[in-house]
Ligand binder design. Sequence first.
Ligand code: FAD
Length: 422
Amino acid sequence: MRVLIVGNGIAGGEVAFGLRRAGSGAEITILSAETTPEYDPCSLPYYLGGEVPRERVFRRRWEDYRTAGIRLETGEKAVAIDPASRCVRTASGREHPYDRLVLAHGGSLFVPPIAGIDKRGVHGCKQLPDADRLDRHRGSRAVVIGSGAIGIEAAEALKKRGYAVTVIEVMDWILPALFDPETAGRLKRRLERCGIAALTGEKVLRIEGTEAVAAVVTDRRTIPCDTVVLATGVVPGVELARTAGIDVGRGIRVNERLETSLPGIYACGDCVETVDACTGEDAMFQLKHNALEQARVVTRNLLGASASYPGAWAFARAHFFDTHAVTFGKTTRATQCELGDLEIVEREAGDDYLRVIVKEGVIVGGQAIGRFADAAGLLIGAMWRRESVPALRARRALLGDGPHGTLAWTTRRLGELLGLAG
Ligand SMILES: Cc1cc2nc3c(=O)[nH]c(=O)nc-3n(C[C@H](O)[C@H](O)[C@H](O)COP(=O)(O)OP(=O)(O)OC[C@H]3O[C@@H](n4cnc5c(N)ncnc54)[C@H](O)[C@@H]3O)c2cc1C
C-alpha cells in the first residue's frame, strides 16, 4: 500500500512514524513544502528568545527518515489532487501516486490587508524560516500585531533579545480568543511589568517607511519601529482539498474516523474542522495535542482499525517570563450567553487569579493564573464529567469539610477552588 502524506509537521510526522512503529510495511512518502526535517513550531519563540538552540527545535533528524524507510520529499508543495487517478501534483510539476492520502498540511499565517505590509522588516513567526529571518534581522524597536498566544510569546522573545516591544490588539483585551477581559487585564498588567507595552482596542492602519519599516500607524498614534511581527492568526489550509472537490468549511471536513468526504483521503491537524470533545459542537482548536491525537486516530485507521476521534480539547496555556496561565473550555464570550445566565466563580490570592464559568450547574470553562493554574486539571476533569456544581455544593454541606471530614480529597479541593461555602 502506498501512503502519501502532505505536510511534514506535527501531524504528518506522527502518522508516518506511527505507521512504522506499528510495524506497517506500507510505502510511505511525505511531501513537504519546507526544506528541513520536522520541527516543533511551539519551540520557535524559545529559539528566537535564545532559550533553545536552533538544533533543539527539530523533532526528527534526516537519518530518522532513512532508518524508518520513510521517503521525505522536501521543497515539494502539493498543489492539486486528482482523486480519479489517485495522484497529487506538486508545484514542481511532479506527480505522486497514492493508495491512501493524508492531508496534514496545517494552516498559514493570516496576512491582514494593511498597506505597507510587504516592507523590509515585516516578519511572521509561524515557521522555522520566519524565525531564522527574525534571528538574522538586526532591529531594536518592534511592534507585534496581534496578541494571541503566539504574539505574546514572540513579544517576550524579542524583549529578551533587547528590543523595545509594543503589542497591538484590535480587541479590547489581550489574548481575546483564550481569556475573558477580567483575566486578560491581569495578564496585561503582568506583561507591562515585564517592560512590554500592550495597546488594546487599537487598529493598525498602515506600515510606513521607504523600503524598510519605519513606523506603524494605528487609529490612535504613530509608533516608530524597525521591526514588525505579524501574529494575526492561522488560516486552515483548504485550497488543496478543494482541488479534489473535498467538502470544506472553515477547515477540511472529516467524519469521526477523520476521513474526508472522499474515501481513502484522511485529514488531521490544523487544517481540520472537528468537534469539541466536551460539547460535541463544531470546533477548530489548532493546538499541538489535538494534532497529535488526530494523527494517531488516522494512523490506526490506515492500519485497518476503525478508530473514532473523540473531539478536540480546548486547553491552552499562556506563558511569559514568570507568568503561567491556563485556559480551558469556553470563554464567557464563546458561551454566547447573557452574563446573567452564567455563574462566574472568581478566586484571587495576591497576583494569582481563578475564574470558573458555570452554565446550568456545570463547568463550561475556566481560566487560571499562577498557583491556580496548577489545579486546572481538577477543574477540567469536573468539566469533562459534567459534574454538577449544585450537587457538589450539597455534598459539601451534607458531609462537612473539616480535616477529618468524609469528603474525597478531590471533592474538597474542587470545593475550595469553586469557593463553595459548604
Ligand atoms: C509559534 C507557535 C507557537 C505555538 N505554540 C503552541 C503551544 O504552546 N501549544 C500548542 O498546543 N500549540 C502551539 N502551536 C500550534 C501547533 O504548533 C500546531 O497546532 C501544530 O503544529 C499543528 O500541526 P500540523 O501538523 O497540523 O501543522 P504544522 O505543524 O504547521 O505542519 C504543517 C506542515 O505542512 C507544510 N505544508 C503546508 N502546505 C503544504 C503543501 N501544500 N504541500 C506540502 N507541505 C505543506 C508546512 O510547511 C508545515 O511544515 C504553536 C504554533 C506556532 C506557530
